[in-house]
Every structure is written in structure tokens, then in C-alpha cells.
Design a protein around this ligand. Structure first.
Ligand SMILES: Cc1cc2nc3c(=O)[nH]c(=O)nc-3n(C[C@H](O)[C@H](O)[C@H](O)COP(=O)(O)OP(=O)(O)OC[C@H]3O[C@@H](n4cnc5c(N)ncnc54)[C@H](O)[C@@H]3O)c2cc1C
Length: 321
């Protein structure tokens, strides 16, 4: 059987695919190997061009699958087929709700190792992939090396930067692969009631915690977020206990990476902080000077959020006029 070689990337989320291609390109150059990406759908010609501009040497274009609906069993069979045919040494899969079980089950089929949620990836002198992932509730970083190939990792959104698109050409390999029929059927779909924008993608987030007293007071955060062109976020108790929001930020919620994260009335316990570590600037507003959020904040305001938020909004409005 041929040696393993090359890197192969897949995610059903297009932006995440481009981010993985960014790091995948650097690793492929380091290993002097090729970078491939799997793309589903007949009408993906435009995407194919972009995938090569963002770093792919090869695009495996799978025609006989509809990307609109994620079908775990079918996707596994396609990726298994590609992995068996082309024997990549590294498989990078987007760490989405669908991508994680996909990676784990694919690893089982290939009898391979799988490291989820890698926030850093590198290779050592023996061509081994080294993945780093946050562990112990955000208190430690585990460094994991693979002992066999293929080496499968999942990569969360915003762990890596997209490459600057370049005018480069790649090869398109059209594949008609054996797609196993799904073993489960989606019987109903209901839209989730969320804000139209995704908090994971916001550049500015004004978030609140249990320091906020009433649901109506969310307008204080919205007003400041509007001035900054940002979005409102929150800690978990505001979803689970108070039911004011549908999504939260943190270890068990969204991991965010904004340019500015303003945490108001958030104590800053480890489970929340695990989701905001990658924010460029953290501003904390808390009336308790001993609140742990101040330990990680770049700027701290000890004060009552009901005074500080409107004052900030006023001051910024004047500045931005
Ligand atoms: C397995 C597990 C997973 C979890 N995952 C997450 C997660 O992903 N995300 C998450 O957020 N939590 C998570 N939690 C919950 C977490 O442990 C904390 O309970 C939660 O983050 C605390 O939320 P908080 O900071 O809003 O509230 P609190 O800890 O009660 O803090 C409120 C803060 O507001 C300040 N305050 C009060 N009034 C004012 C005011 N008027 N002005 C200014 N400041 C004021 C207080 O001084 C205090 O510091 C998880 C817990 C478990 C067990």
C-alpha cells in the first residue's frame, strides 16, 4: 500500500474551510506536500476557483451529493472513500456540530487517531502532526502528537486566519464516489430563534452577565453595541436561568474572537473566560474590584454598569461624530 501523503481539508462551513486552508497551506509548504480540499455539489464552480486562490492545490469535487442538507452517514462514506483512495497524511475537519462526529466516526473507520478542537497545529521534524487544544475547563493547553497516519484533527472557527487570496491555479478532480444512503432521516426542521447575526463573527461584542437586573435593560447593551457596530452577547445564566437569550458565550457556548469584548456585570469565571480568550481587547465593567474578570481584562472599569454603559455610549457617540 502507498505511503500516506498530502493534507486534506473538509468543512461544510465555507469560511471555516478557507481558514483551514490558510494553516493547511503553511503546513503543506513545510512538509513539501500538496494541499487538497473536498467540495460537494454540482454548482460549486465559483467556489472551486476560490478554494485554489486560498491555497488548495487540488479540489476533490464530489458531484453526487447535495450539500444543502448535512447527512452524516453519506459524508462519512465520501470522506472515507477519498481517504482510502488518496491516503492523506493529515485530515483537517471543521469543528462544527456536524464536523466533530464526522471526524470521530471517520477516525474509527480508518483506525486512526483524532484530536478535536485544535487551536494550534504544527509538524515536528519527524513529520508528525502536533495539535494543541484547550483542556481542564480552559486552565491548560494539551499538546498532542500522533503515532499513526492518517492524523485527523478538527479545527474550530477562527483558530486560524484565511490566507491572502492569490492568483494561483489548482487541479480539479471530479469524483463520483460511493455514497452510502443515510441511516437516519430528518423528519422536521424548525428555525432557531436567534439574532440574525452570528455572535462568533462579530468584531465588537457588548456582553452582560447576572449583573444585569431586568430583561428590558438589554437596551443599554444594544445601544452601546449599535454605536460600535457590534452585537450583544451574554453569560450562560442569562440563557439557562433567566431565558433572556438563546445563546451564550463560553466553554460550553460560543467561542468568540472579536476585536473588542466589553463584559459588563460578568464575574469572569473560567467557563466564561474560556470563550473569550481570543478577543483582542477585553474591557471589563464590574462593581466588585475583586471580580476575576479584571485579571484577564486589558481595561477595567470598577463601577455600576447602569452608570458606566450609558456614559460610554455618550462619550463614544461624541468621539465618532
Ligand atoms: C460545565 C459548566 C459549563 C459552563 N459553561 C459556561 C459557559 O460556557 N459560559 C458561561 O458564561 N458560563 C458557563 N458556566 C457557568 C459559570 O460557571 C458561571 O456560573 C457563570 O459564567 C456566571 O455568570 P455571570 O458572570 O453572569 O454571573 P455571576 O458570577 O453571578 O457574576 C455577576 C457579576 O456581576 C457583577 N455585578 C452585579 N451587579 C453589577 C452592576 N450593577 N454593575 C457592575 N457589575 C455588577 C458582580 O460583581 C459579579 O461579578 C458553566 C458552568 C458549568 C458547570
Amino acid at each position: 500500500m502507498s505511503e500516506h501523503g498530502g493534507i486534506c481539508v473538509f468543512s461544510e462551513v465555507y469560511d471555516l474551510t478557507l481558514e483551514m486552508l490558510g494553516r493547511g497551506r503553511q503546513l503543506a509548504d513545510k512538509l513539501h506536500t500538496e494541499l487538497a480540499v473536498v467540495q460537494f455539489g454540482k454548482n460549486a464552480q465559483e467556489k472551486v476557483k476560490d478554494l485554489t486562490r486560498y491555497g488548495a492545490d487540488k479540489v476533490y469535487l464530489v458531484n453526487n451529493i447535495t450539500p444543502e442538507v448535512f447527512q452524516l452517514d453519506s459524508y462519512i462514506s465520501v470522506l472515507h472513500d477519498i481517504a482510502a483512495r488518496y491516503r492523506p497524511e493529515i485530515l483537517m475537519i471543521g469543528s462544527t456540530r456536524n464536523g466533530k462526529p464526522l471526524a470521530a466516526r471517520l477516525a474509527t473507520r480508518l483506525d486512526a487517531g483524532c484530536v478535536p478542537d485544535c487551536i494550534r497545529l504544527d509538524v515536528d521534524e519527524g513529520r508528525r502532526l502536533i495539535g494543541e487544544r484547550i483542556t481542564y475547563g480552559g486552565n491548560a493547553v494539551a499538546k498532542v502528537a500522533f503515532k499513526s497516519k492518517p492524523q485527523i484533527v478538527t479545527v474550530p472557527t477562527r483558530a486560524f486566519e484565511k490566507a491572502t487570496p492569490q492568483d494561483r491555479k489548482g487541479e480539479v478532480v471530479k469524483l463520483d464516489v460511493n455514497v452510502e444512503p443515510p441511516k437516519v432521516e430528518v423528519v422536521e426542521r424548525k428555525p432557531l430563534e436567534t439574532s440574525s447575526e452570528r455572535v462568533e463573527e462579530a468584531e465588537v461584542i457588548v456582553s452582560c452577565g447576572r449583573g444585569l437586573e431586568k430583561k428590558d435593560d438589554i437596551t443599554l447593551l444594544k445601544d452601546l453595541a449599535d454605536v460600535l457596530g457590534g452585537q450583544v452577547g451574554c453569560s450562560r445564566p442569562l440563557v439557562e436561568d433567566r431565558k433572556w437569550f438563546s445563546e451564550w458565550i463560553g466553554l460550553s457556548g460560543h467561542k468568540v474572537k472579536p476585536k473588542i469584548y466589553i463584559a459588563s456585570g460578568v464575574s469572569g469565571v473560567i467557563q466564561h473566560v474560556a470563550g473569550i480568550r481570543d478577543a483582542k481587547i477585553i474591557v471589563a465593567i464590574n462593581k466588585d474590584p475583586e471580580a476575576p474578570i479584571f485579571e484577564i481584562a486589558d481595561y477595567g472599569i470598577v463601577g455600576n454598569l447602569y452608570e458606566v454603559l450609558p456614559a460610554l455610549e455618550e462619550a463614544l457617540k461624541k468621539q465618532l461624530q
